[in-house]
Design a protein around this ligand. Structure first.
Ligand code: COA
Length: 185
């Protein structure tokens, strides 16, 4: 596969619009970046408004990927209202090996309505069909049942377990799920 990744925006799904962040997303981002329940199993801290502003500044430039190790970070906008209800991410882990990594976080007020599945499924499709990836992984805290359920619904399967990994001041078990391009539908 080749870099850079420069998707054509907006990416439209049944109920969502996936697009790069803009500075106007601050209020919507703050709602979930400041929620302890949302960030519990992801590396971010609970963010203040200023910390969210700094995080958003970085995201505004993450609508394209130029090199290994960079993340494509897209706002998940609800088409009906324009509200940004989450973000979905895809890392170019290795262009040479065709490997990517998936990530996501949604405002808790919008959980369990299939939005994460809709956004993540489109991101996998983008990774395989448009960027030419051969394999996409996702790593999660073993206690994160919601994320494991989502990955299984996407057709991803458990690939490996890393015990006692340092995470936010404790040692946790990390699971890595994976899916190959040929198994994605
Ligand atoms: C993980 C997360 C993105 C799921 O978002 P969501 O929009 O609620 O997920 P969906 O509604 O698309 O659900 C898809 C599937 O995931 C699974 N799932 C979602 N929430 C679940 C939960 N609380 N418990 C068990 N399974 C769950 C189910 O299999 C679900 O399918 P179903 O509704 O047909 O049963 C959301 O819980 C979240 O933002 N968590 C905080 C951030 C985070 O942990 N990110 C992942 C880091 S690895």
């Amino acid at each position: 596969m080749s870099l850079p990744w420069t998707p054509v925006y907006p990416i439209v799904t049944e109920r969502l619009v996936l697009r790069p962040h803009t500075p106007a997303d601050l209020g919507d981002l703050r709602q979930f970046h400041s929620d302890p329940d949302v960030v519990r199993y992801i590396p971010w801290p609970v963010r203040s408004e200023e910390e969210t502003r700094v995080a958003l500044q970085a995201r505004v430039a993450q609508g394209r990927v130029d090199a290994d190790g960079q993340w494509l970070v897209l706002a998940i906008e609800l088409a009906e209202t324009g509200q940004v209800i989450g973000e979905v991410l895809l890392k170019c882990a290795s262009a040479e090996k065709g490997e990517g990594e998936l990530g996501y976080a949604l405002n808790a007020a919008f959980h369990r309505r299939g939005y994460a599945f809709e956004a993540a499924h489109r991101m996998l499709s983008l990774g395989f069909a448009e960027f030419g990836l051969g394999r996409i992984t996702a790593t999660l805290d073993a206690r994160n049942a919601a994320s494991a359920g989502l990955l299984e619904k996407l057709g991803m399967t458990l690939d490996s377990v890393a015990r006692d990994q340092p995470f936010k001041g404790e040692l946790v078990d990390e699971l890595t799920y994976a899916i190959d391009a040929k198994d994605f539908s």
